[in-house]
Every structure is written in C-alpha cells, then in structure tokens.
Design a protein around this ligand. Structure first.
Ligand code: 5AD
Ligand code: SF4
Length: 427
C-alpha cells in the first residue's frame, strides 16, 4: 500500500514541476513515506530522519508515522519541515513550495479534512514504458478493531472508491500497456460494505471483480488483503468463473489458536479458516495460499503456538509473513497482561520460518517440469541475460531471456526449484 501511495506522491510532485533524482545525495527534497504497523519500522524511520536532518534540504515525513508520532517527530527531529498524514497527498507540492519560498517554516497536517473525499486523486499513476503490472487502490481505512493493530487509528474509517472510477482507471492503465492489476485495500472483500447492494447474491467486491474481468487488455487480476470474515462462496466461485483471477490468495490468519484469535478480536475461528482454504483448494487444487501470522501476542502460551504450527501444516501455507508481536501504544493489546518475552518470540518466529521454507520448497517442487506463463518484470539481479517474472500463482521464475521479453508473457518450462525461486527455460 505504501508503494502505491509513493507512486501517487511521485505523480503529484511531477504535476507540480518536480523531478525525481536517482539517488538520495543529490535530492533537494526528501520524502520518507512511513509505516507504523510495527515499532521497528518507526525506529528505522526515526533513525533515518535524524541522519537526513543534518542536510540542508526540505525534509518531509508522510504516511502512518506522521499521523501516529507527529509530536514526537517535531520534538526529536527539529530539521523536519513537513509532517503530512495519510489521506490527501495532493497537497504535498504546494506544501513544499511554501517551505522553499519561505512563506512557512514548518507544516503539520495530520487530520486532513479533505482526506475523506479525496480517494479519486488516487488514480494518478506513473506508468513507465514496458511496465506491465500496477497496483490499484479500491478503498482505504479499516473499520475492524483487531486488538493489536494501529491501522484504524492512522488510516481512519473505511472509504470506498466509486466502481466507475476504479473501472475507468483500470481501462486507462490497460491503454498504457498494463496487463496485470493488483487491487489494494486493508480489507478488500469489505469493498462497498453496506453502501453498494448485493446483486444475485454477489458482494460489491465480487461485482467489482467481474467488471474488471471485462476490461480488455487486463490479463491478470490479483488482490490483497481479504479478511477471512466475508470470504464467502460468491468470492470462492470467482476462482472458477473468472479465468483472469490468478491462482493465488493471501489470507491473513494471524493465529491458529481460537483463544488468541478471540483476544485479537478476529471474528473467526480456526475451523472457519480451514474451511475457506479447503473450499479454495477444491476449486483450484494448485492455488498458492499465503498468510500473515503474529507470534508472541500477549498471553500466547506453548499450546496456542502449537495450534498455529498445526494450522500452518493443515492450511499448507506456501508463503507467509511472520511477525513478532509489537506493542503499539493506544491499542487494546498494549495493555494486556502476560506480554511474551522477546526470546520466546524469536524462537517461535524461527520455528515458523523453518516450517515456511519446507512448505515453500514442497510447493515449488510440484511445479517442476510444468509449463508456466510468466509475466516478465525485468532483468534478474544476478546472472548475464537472466530475466525474472511471475507465474500465474505469483511465484518468482528466473530464466535466460532477452530484453524484448520485458513486459510480455513468456512460456517457461520449470527445470529446477529452490525455496523461494523457480528456474526454467523459455520454450
Ligand atoms: N505486531 C505485529 N504484527 C502486526 N501486524 C499488524 N499489527 C501488528 C503488531 N502490532 C501484522 C498483521 C497484519 C500485517 C499487515 O501486519 O499480521 O496482517
Ligand atoms: Fe489492522 Fe485488523 Fe484492520 Fe487488518 S483488519 S488493518 S489487522 S485492524
């Protein structure tokens, strides 16, 4: 999501006459687009800010940390010129001009009143030549109250973009050569909740997927992240009815223990979760299933953790983001008793990472000798004339290719596999 936000910030600045430089040392203006989901991200950003504040530049902090820690940033890093919270980034060009011209010496804007109405400004993209894939925001904010999470505080309540605007944007992207879109939102399957009526038993999100499916030029559709609550039959059926929908789902589980899920205020249990995964696998047997898991949530004991381990095996996650629980001031979990010691979190994290490597390799091994349609992203970091792209299930595939392949679909036969990457040959 931040990557997408940075892209629209880039577009706004370009429209105001600014140019992007290719390295930080020659920049006159530096924008840090920050995240507050975990403390480590904030600490890193604060460290970087302290370092940058010594230079004679216009220094801006945007994103969730701007909202979450505005006063602290102001106090601890006097060199910061602009603090702008998530929401209405269209003002950034004017704000920088204000600082450069000396009209203002410091700007803080973390409760942007325009933010609620400004979702359509989101449609600014910077499609470069031969780029084939784009992120599209369909909503922002979150109405859930997961007890560990800072997002509802930093991003506010849910706002949904109008379906026509999203379709218009995707049509424009397709006209500019985009072949794959990834729909973004804190909970994409809540799109239009209580605002757009169900039609033939189909949620607003499913209606949106169907409309996007009709856009000529768009060959692949992905989305992230859905919530297990609201992942109903109509959405599962899309994997059968909409061939452009990729065989991949990222479904955050957070924990395998019913007790912890309850304390996290996730309104589903382990069984509900398994049933969704099973229904998805029944529909698309080779589907890639990834997740988010938190280890060391307050009160998580060995039994709870074993439940998460067994969920990992039962759901056969082939990809996962595993997070050590991080205390976020102002959240309900921050004041819960039985905070888990750091070394226990480290241990549980390591156990799950090991499990992940095993599952991921097993999943990749099943792809050996198959033919995959790969959407080519560009040159791989290593190796002469080695290119990289994504299979339909989002697995990374490396193969010897040439420059003309970039941005195109190429048929690749998979010849070997590692934990995260597959290797193959063009046919
Ligand atoms: N500590 C650790 N991980 C967190 N996440 C959200 N809040 C926290 C926290 N306080 C994780 C969740 C979510 C992902 C984006 O970040 O797993 O799905
Ligand atoms: Fe945070 Fe829960 Fe909303 Fe996801 S659903 S953004 S974890 S509050």
């Amino acid at each position: 999501m931040n990557e997408r936000d940075s892209e629209s910030i880039h577009s706004f600045l370009q429209a105001s006459g600014f140019d992007m430089v290719d390295n930080e040392t020659s920049a006159d203006v530096i924008i840090l687009n920050t995240c507050s989901v975990r403390e480590l991200a904030e600490l890193k950003a604060l460290g970087k800010l302290g370092y940058l504040a010594r230079r004679n530049i216009v220094l801006c902090v945007l994103g969730c940390m701007a909202k979450n820690l505005a006063e602290e940033i102001k106090k601890r890093v006097p060199g910061v010129d602009i603090i702008l919270g998530p929401g209405d980034y269209s003002k950034i060009g004017d704000y920088i001009e204000d600082i450069i011209s000396g009209r203002r010496t410091f700007i803080i804007d973390v409760d942007s009143p325009g933010a609620e109405n400004n979702l359509d400004m989101d449609s600014m993209h910077n499609v470069t030549q031969r780029q084939s894939s784009a992120f599209v925001s369909i909503m922002s904010g979150c109405n859930m109250r997961c007890s560990y999470c800072i997002v509802p505080k930093t991003r506010g309540t849910e706002r949904y973009r109008a379906m026509e605007d999203i379709i218009l944007e995707i049509n424009k992207l397709a006209d500019n050569g985009i072949k794959e879109v990834t729909l973004l939102g804190q909970i994409v399957n809540r799109y239009g909740f209580r605002q757009i009526e169900q039609k033939d038993g189909k949620s607003a999100f499913v209606q949106l997927l169907e409309k996007i499916h009709e856009v000529p030029g768009i060959k692949r559709i992905r989305f992230t992240s859905p919530h297990p609550v609201g992942f109903h039959r109509d959405l599962i059926d899309c994997y059968k009815n909409l061939p452009k929908l990729c065989s991949q789902v990222h479904l955050p589980a957070q924990s395998g223990s019913n007790r912890i899920l309850k304390a996290m205020r996730r309104a589903y249990n382990r069984d509900d979760f398994i049933k969704i995964v099973q229904a998805l696998r029944d529909t698309v047997p080779s589907i890639s299933v990834s997740t988010d898991l938190i280890v060391g949530f307050p009160g998580e004991n060995d039994d709870d953790f074993s439940e998460t381990c067994s969920l990992f095996d039962e759901a056969r996650f082939d990809m996962a983001f595993i997070f050590k629980y991080s205390d976020r001031r102002g959240t309900v979990a921050a004041s819960m008793p039985d905070q888990v010691p750091r070394d226990v979190k480290e241990y549980r994290n390591a156990v799950l990472l090991k499990k992940l490597a095993t599952h991921s390799k097993a999943y990749n091994d099943k792809m050996l000798n198959t033919l995959q349609m790969v959407l080519v992203e560009g040159k791989a970091r290593r190796g002469e004339n080695i290119f990289q792209g994504r299979a339909n299930n989002h697995r990374k595939v490396l193969f010897p290719g040439d420059d003309l392949d970039v941005g195109e679909f190429v048929d690749v036969r998979i010849t070997s596999s590692a934990v995260t990457t597959l290797y193959g040959e063009k046919i």
